[in-house]
Design a binder for this molecule. Structure first.
Ligand code: HEC
Length: 211
């Protein structure tokens, strides 16, 4: 565990070069201001919540990507499956605690059978992302942000890049596939192509004192 924490802190220090999470600030008015929005949450609060959620999600994305690239470079994609398997849930957990939000990664075609399965509202957002992509919207604009049922909900689409195809693509090497089968007998996270939506980061914060 100690070793893991050191690795994570090292990865956090290394961030900033190859990150794909968009750096464009989300304007505070991206919300759809639906009837479900909590009127007690002002626009200013919401802008801050959004900025916090975005920072947490970006740190998760950068940390995982650094770990992944390091693992692939040093030991190849089959061994990197072990790293993803062990590290991804633990990094999400430790950054959740650090940021005071619940961080996960979900997908309509998930690999992780626990953390990867979207809830009903997350599934709707993912389906909406697919529809927006089909209508021509660029993947880094696919963000959802709202206050519903006493919680702030933030989601950001994760694009499939070339490196991802090693483990989520169409033509997966047998050694890699064997590792995936070993850990994830019900894996659904294959068959992706570059530019597909692989899934989304999720950050949820319970809002205190709001019922
Ligand atoms: C070395 C193999 C490997 C590569 C390369 C890889 N992944 Fe994964 N991916 C995994 C494994 C293993 C899991 C399951 C981790 C877990 O147990 O939480 C996973 C899970 C995920 C999840 C969580 C949702 C789910 O399906 O359970 C997302 C999102 C994801 N990967 C996106 C990506 C993206 C984007 C890339 C490219 C930048 C990528 N992965 C590259 C192995 C890989």
């Amino acid at each position: 565990m100690q070793h893991f924490l050191v690795a994570v802190s090292a990865a956090v220090l290394l961030v900033g070069c190859s990150e794909q999470v968009s750096e464009t600030a989300t304007p505070p008015d991206v919300s759809t201001s639906q009837a479900t929005a909590d009127p007690a949450t002002t626009a200013v609060d919401k802008a801050r919540l959004t900025a916090d959620a975005k920072a947490a999600v970006m740190e998760l994305g950068m940390t995982l990507k650094t770990q992944l690239q390091t693992a692939i470079k040093s030991s190849g994609p089959a061994a990197a499956v072990d790293v993803c398997h062990k590290i991804a849930p633990a990094v999400a957990e430790s950054l959740s605690q650090e940021h005071g939000v619940k961080l996960t990664r979900v997908s309509l075609k998930n690999r992780n059978p626990d953390m990867g399965v979207p809830s009903d509202w997350q599934r709707s957002v993912l389906q909406d992302f697919e529809a927006r992509k089909a209508a021509g919207e660029s993947l880094d604009k696919l963000v959802y942000n709202d206050v519903v049922d006493g919680e702030h909900r933030f989601m950001k689409a994760i694009p499939t890049q070339a490196v991802c195809l090693n483990c989520h693509g169409v033509d997966i090497k047998p050694a890699v596939q064997a590792k995936i089968d070993e850990y994830y007998p019900n894996d659904r996270a294959v068959g992706f192509q570059e530019g597909d939506i692989r899934g989304a980061f999720v950050a949820v914060r319970a809002l205190d004192g709001e019922g």
